[in-house]
Design a protein around this ligand. Structure first.
Ligand SMILES: Nc1ncnc2c1ncn2[C@@H]1O[C@H](COP(=O)(O)OP(=O)(O)OP(=O)(O)O)[C@@H](O)[C@H]1O
Ligand SMILES: [Mg+2]
Length: 272
């Protein structure tokens, strides 16, 4: 359903994403890992057409995404909702209006300017907020919510677009472990219950392993690993993060230990 073919992005002489190929046959939950500067964000932004590609192609279903322009490109951007590390909500606007702005792409500018949202949309927004466990905050200003709550509102705004794909760029990088878990569980639930594809850039191996069906490792703009969490061994992690890796950037030694332990548990289970 999603086919990325030799996708490349160069910023002047710097090749941020280098001939990346990725095929996703059915909606999956995919985690992209790699050290800082590996090209993860640039890759996601090209999928969403926020950043123009230099060469290559993205195909979704029978649509050539890389060829879209104007209204078609905007429709794609709403089909392929993006979530960011910093939530990108309007801080002084109330939560439900922030969510309703997820319908922006299909509404007239005038209606949007005057915050004229149909009742039907309002009810949907509240339902989505309830699903994410934050409906009680609907009337508060976004800035009054905790980081984890704000990120759930951002997910609600994305769902309001009824997207086929949710792209999340380090969705939990600014959150404490507890909130991070809630946000990752919400994304997982959306994937499982709605059958939406989720592609998330994640900065820890642990998170990718715990929540994703498939992990893609990027290094220097290239995909150096593409497999299941079980296949993500310590050796592979070293390849992704670099041989000199102290794993300080993205993976701690504890994570590597957990990795070994989990891999062993999997092996033990298979043997049992
Ligand atoms: N707008 C830009 N102009 C010039 N160079 C850019 C731009 N955006 C990204 N780059 C470069 O492209 C490369 C990949 O950056 P990118 O942000 O995609 O990495 P990343 O894997 O998301 O890193 P991080 O984990 O720090 O978010 C880096 O060398 C970066 O400096
Ligand atoms: Mg990034």
């Amino acid at each position: 359903m999603l086919k990325v073919d030799n996708l490349t992005k160069a910023f002047g002489p710097n090749v941020a994403v280098d001939a990346v190929n990725l095929t996703v046959e059915k909606p999956a939950m995919i985690g992209i890992i790699g050290r800082s500067g590996a090209g993860k964000s640039t890759f996601l932004r090209m999928l969403n057409r926020l950043t123009d590609h230099t060469s290559g192609q993205i195909v979704f279903g029978d649509k050539d995404i890389t060829a879209l322009s104007g209204g078609d490109k905007r429709r794609w951007q709403s089909d392929c909702a993006m979530i960011f590390q910093q939530f990108n909500l309007v801080p002084r606007m109330d939560v439900v209006s922030n969510v309703l702005h997820g319908t922006l792409n299909r509404r007239s500018t005038l209606a949007t300017m005057f915050n004229l949202f149909p009742d039907e949309d309002l009810h949907r927004a509240i339902d989505i907020l309830a699903r994410l466990g934050v409906a009680e905050h609907a009337a508060k200003r976004a800035e009054a919510l905790s980081g984890g709550q704000q990120q759930r509102v951002a997910i609600a705004r994305a769902l309001m677009q009824d997207p086929e794909i949710i792209l999340a760029d380090e969705p939990i990088a600014s959150l404490d472990p507890m909130n991070a878990q809630v946000v990752m569980q919400s994304l997982r639930q959306i994937h499982e219950e709605d059958g939406r594809m989720v592609i998330a850039n994640l900065h820890t191996l642990d998170t990718a392993r715990r929540y994703c069906d498939r992990v893609v490792g990027m290094r220097d703009g290239r995909i150096v690993f593409d497999g299941t969490p079980e296949q993500l061994t310590t050796g592979v992690a070293r390849d992704i993060y670099g041989a000199d890796a102290s794993f300080s950037e993205a993976a701690t030694s504890t994570e590597i230990e957990t990795l070994d332990r989990t891999a062993k548990e999997h092996a033990d289970l298979e043997l049992a």
